[in-house]
Write a protein that binds this ligand. Structure first.
Ligand code: FPP
Length: 255
């Protein structure tokens, strides 16, 4: 029962930022003898449930890998269908986002998106910009290597123009040039459908994230699965390179 699992979540130890690789739509559809797009279509129901679940729990940030830079190489009918589905969903859901105080963000190479998609997205971003609840970050036409390349180029340009001193570049500078500069790093990364890869997703930001893999295909992933992932996260010891003993003595000093 979802309620039983929900009661096991320690609300004082929630991850501030959850990132999800929504994998397995194609396989889910094929297993049902259906077209891959049928899987993406059903994947939207999971998106709805998980966004709602995160908002209810009071999670600060949820990043969803909705379309990777590499996904542009899929067959044209799948790319077109997926793009329409993404834009259509965002258009239809924007009033629900507002009702739930959810602020939409998009990270990725927006120049690659068709013009109608860019316009619709901008409208949804503007319409939700004043919301102060869950930050829903859609990674669209996103890949980490694109993001890092982009960051390096912009740092180089700013060095050339004398805006920054190369000697002063530190980790904070890099952070500021990433597409995620306004968000904290994810503490929990979930990937569905039994693949154990990061697939060019938030490579820099996931440095200390707990990784959670499940065999559940994305269209079957629901709040109850989210709760399981959060409970698993809460049972892990996060050491950030320190020893377990150091963490226990620090906790004793601060309590
Ligand atoms: C991966 O499954 C999923 C995607 C590439 C697209 C994810 C998009 C959705 C769930 C629609 C979401 C809508 C919104 C509004 C975010 P896959 O096709 O790689 O599956 P496979 O590995 O089984 O082939």
């Amino acid at each position: 029962m979802p309620e039983d699992l929900l009661s096991k979540i320690d609300t004082s130890k929630l991850p501030h930022h959850i990132a999800i690789i929504m994998d397995g739509n194609g396989r889910w559809a094929r297993e049902k003898g259906q077209d891959r797009l049928y899987g993406h279509f059903h994947g939207v129901e999971s998106v709805r449930d998980i966004v709602e679940g995160c908002a209810e729990l009071g999670i600060g940030y949820l990043t969803l890998y909705a379309f990777s830079t590499e996904n542009w190489d899929r067959p044209k009918n799948e790319v077109d269908g997926l793009m329409e589905l993404l834009v259509d969903t965002i258009r239809k859901e924007v009033s629900i986002l507002n009702k739930n105080n959810i602020k939409l963000h998009v990270i990725g190479d927006k120049d690659m998106l068709p013009e109608y998609a860019r316009n619709e997205l901008q409208e949804a971003l503007d319409m939700t910009s004043q919301n102060t609840g869950l930050n829903l970050v859609m990674a669209l036409s996103y890949s980490s290597r694109w993001e890092l390349l982009n960051a390096v180029k912009h740092i180089a340009i700013d060095v050339k123009e004398g805006k920054i001193d190369p000697e002063q570049i530190d980790q904070n500078t890099i952070q500021q040039y990433l597409a995620t500069s306004n968000f904290p790093d994810p503490e929990l990364m979930i990937r569905t459908s039994g693949e154990y890869r990061i697939s060019n997703f938030l490579l820099y930001q996931l440095a200390y994230a707990e990784l959670y893999f499940t065999n559940t295909r994305w269209p079957d992933f629901r709040k109850v699965n989210l709760y399981e992932a959060i409970i698993d996260f809460q049972n892990r010891e996060r050491r950030f390179g320190k020893t377990g003993d150091q963490l226990t003595s620090n906790a004793a000093l601060t309590s």
